[in-house]
Every structure is written in C-alpha cells, then in structure tokens.
Design a protein around this ligand. Structure first.
Ligand code: ACO
Length: 370
C-alpha cells in the first residue's frame, strides 16, 4: 500500500454535478462562462440541486421557499450575541450552522424530500446568520431578511440596513455563481465523507465549513487581502513580492491542485474587479493585483485562482475582509448540499487506508519502567 500525498489525481467518487475537464469547469454540463454571464445564483443553486435549469415558475417557487426559510430561530441569534466579538468569522459560522440543527425538528429526517428541504433552508439561512454575526459584533441589531429579493441583494441589505446598489448586487451575484461548486474540492470532500456515515446534512455542512476555513482553501481570499494591505501601495509591490518569492513563501490566490493553466473563474473576477474599481474611482487594488499577477506568473508560471481577484472585488463592495470566506460559504453551500444529496442517493461509507510508517513490533513497556 503506497499513499498518494494529498490524494492528488485520485478519483474518489463518481458525480454528475460539476466537472473540470481540460481546464473547463461545468455545472451539470453547462460551461461556467455561460452561467457567469447569464445565470443568477438562484438559478445555479436550482441547477445543482435538481440537475436541470428551472423554468420561470420553478424559479419563483424556489424564491418563495428561500423567502419562507430566511429567518433563523431567535435562540440561534441569542447564542450569537454570546460569541466573543473578535472571534474568527468562519469559526462563528461553523458554530452557528451546527446550532441551527438543534432547532430543526427535521434535522435527523433522512428522507430525500426532507434533506432537499434542509438544503434550501440552509441556503436561505446562511446569509442571515453571517449578517447577524457581523452586525452584533459591531454593537448593532441584526436586520430581518427581506422577501422577494435575491440572496446577493438580501445579504448586502442585511449587512448595512440600506438598499444595495444594483451594480453591487450584480457583482456579488456573479461571484456567488462562480463559487457555487467545484467538483471534489477539500470542503466538498469533507462534507461527503461526513454524510457517507449516514450522519445528517447539518453535520456534513459543519464539516465543510471547517475545511473551507483554512488558508489553503477558502481562507485564501481573506489572505490575499491581508497581503494587499501589507503591501499597501503600488510602489511596494515589486519589492515585497520578490522578497516573498525569494523566501519561498506562498503567494496567496495563486496556484491550484487541478488547474495548471489557469482557473477559468479568475478572468470573470478580474473583469469585475476592474469594473468595480472604475465605478468607485479607485483602481489601486486592481492595479496592484495585476502587477502581482505579472510578477508571479512571469517568474513562477503560477496563475491566479478564484480567490485572487475576489479580494479586490469584495473590498470594492465595502465588505469587511473577514466576511470574504463566509461569502464563499454562502455560495458553496449550494454545491456542498448538492453533493450531500448525491452521496445519500448512492451511498457507501468512505473509508480509505493509510500507508503505515510508524515503528513495527514495538513492545509495551509498563508505566513504572518507562
Ligand atoms: N505561491 C508560491 N509557490 C506556490 C504557490 C503559491 N501560491 N502554489 C504552489 N506553489 C509552488 C509550491 O511551493 C511547490 O513548489 P515546489 O515544487 O518547488 O515545492 C509547487 O508550486 C507545487 O505546489 P503544491 O503546494 O505542492 O501544490 P498543491 O496542489 O498541493 O496545492 C494549493 C495547491 C494549495 C492551491 C497551492 O497552490 C497554494 O497553497 N496556493 C496558495 C493558497 C490558495 O490560493 N489557495 C486557494 C486555492 S483555490 C480554492 O481553494 C478556492
């Protein structure tokens, strides 16, 4: 038995949800470029869950369900008030999602119908939970979700209490489309491993949030912003990036396990970053990002991934840095739950083996002889 570090190249499951073939990403066979340009996030979530694009009536039906479920139990909000104000936002989200299960009478109902309903419910509740945490730590009261608006619109509204700008809603909606699913990424795999024990959907999503939190996965978008802030201005880009490369530090937002010739999502986020920079009349973050890309791609051949231009996009939308990864979670929740439903449909326990590298034939030494 020989281990493959990081399971690179290992095909661990079959799935009909999304594919990455020759560097092209599709959701249910539809190219991500077409979805990014034409579909709303709600349409994409429907596509991931049901395996087909919704008709107008079906989309309206989904919107009604999202509206009906968007509030979270008062007990969950009361518990959020007790979280340390400076706690990590992904840690807060992980705890809040786990606690949502406590107030859902159907949490352990394993019927396909109940699980799909819980997927939609979680999709509706995640933005509410994140916005509530964000406001409570600022000493403000949470804002109740609105009905009849998109998830992107509702989230921005619940964060600030003000009606969001149409362009901001469109940009966030497109970012949600681009992050919705990504084959067997680390957090999706974590979700599938958890539910393959026939544990409940909340446990699967909680595992996934824990995996997404790390800086090698979803946490990279926040780490990119930390780097941009550390660099501070265009004049410092060259020296700081060269120093990082010389010290063999990883440049956040670059490289990918699967894409070696570039992440197809990055170009959309780059375009969006440029457009938003123009709109707010401040191109500095965009220009710095382009310069970093020139250096890193030029010297290491590494291309930006989905996280790199997300950082400047979200900053232009005035979203606090530590909400970037929770936003990723709002989007990826659609993919996680689609994979969880798929896993339940054709389940087998996921239990690989390890190549043992420890001592052999070691003797037990009684404690008083050690
Ligand atoms: N900066 C500098 N060097 C890098 C980077 C980077 N961002 N990414 C990879 N490399 C180098 C590695 O140091 C390694 O070099 P070596 O062979 O000389 O040791 C080589 O490229 C291969 O890299 P690995 O880390 O082995 O690649 P792996 O497939 O394990 O990791 C990963 C992929 C985690 C994405 C990696 O590229 C990375 O750490 N990037 C930065 C973090 C990041 O942006 N994560 C988000 C990924 S996208 C997502 O999850 C949404």
């Amino acid at each position: 038995m020989t281990a493959t570090k990081g399971l690179e190249g290992i095909v661990a499951t079959t799935s009909s949800i999304s594919s990455i073939i020759d560097g092209v990403l599709t959701y249910r066979g539809i190219n991500i470029d077409d979805l990014a340009e034409q579909a709303s996030f709600e349409e994409v979530a429907y596509l991931l869950w049901y395996g087909k694009l919704p008709t107008e009536a079906e989309l309206e039906g989904l919107q009604r369900e999202l509206d009906a479920y968007a509030s979270v139990p008062a007990e969950v909000i009361e518990a959020i008030r007790l979280y340390p104000k400076d706690t990590n936002t992904m840690a807060a989200l992980r705890t809040a999602v786990s606690s949502l299960a406590l107030y859902d009478a159907s949490a352990n109902d394993m019927s396909a119908e109940a699980n799909l309903k819980k997927a939609i419910k979680l999709q509706a509740q995640l933005p509410t939970v994140i916005a509530a945490f964000s406001r409570i730590r600022e000493g403000k009261e949470p804002i109740a979700p609105k009905s009849g608006v998109s998830i992107a619109h509702n989230f921005l509204y619940m964060l600030s209490g003000e009606e969001p700008d149409e362009i901001a809603v469109k940009a966030l909606d497109q970012a949600l489309v681009l992050h919705a699913d990504h084959e067997l990424n680390a957090s999706t795999f974590a979700a599938r491993v958890t539910v393959a024990t026939l544990s409940d959907i909340y446990s699967g999503v909680t595992s996934a949030i824990g995996a997404l939190k790390g800086p090698l996965h979803g946490g990279a978008n926040e780490a990119v912003m930390v780097m941009l802030e550390e660099i501070g201005s265009m004049s410092r880009v060259e020296s700081i990036i060269q120093e990082k490369l010389a010290n063999k530090e990883k440049i956040m937002g670059f490289g990918h396990r699967v894409y070696k010739n570039g992440d197809p999502r990055a170009k959309h986020l780059q375009k969006m970053s440029q457009e938003l920079g123009k709109l707010i009349g401040n191109m500095e973050l965009y220009d710095m990002s382009v310069k970093i890309e020139e250096i890193v791609t030029g010297q290491k051949g590494l291309k930006p991934n989905v996280d790199f231009y997300s950082a400047s996009v979200y900053t232009s939308l005035k979203i606090p840095r530590d909400l970037f990864t929770p936003i990723f979670a709002i989007s990826r929740l659609s993919g996680w739950t689609a994979h969880i439903l798929e896993q339940y449909e054709n389940n087998r326990l996921i239990r690989p083996r390890a190549e043992y590298t420890g001592p052999s034939s070691a003797r037990y030494i009684p404690i008083d002889e050690r």
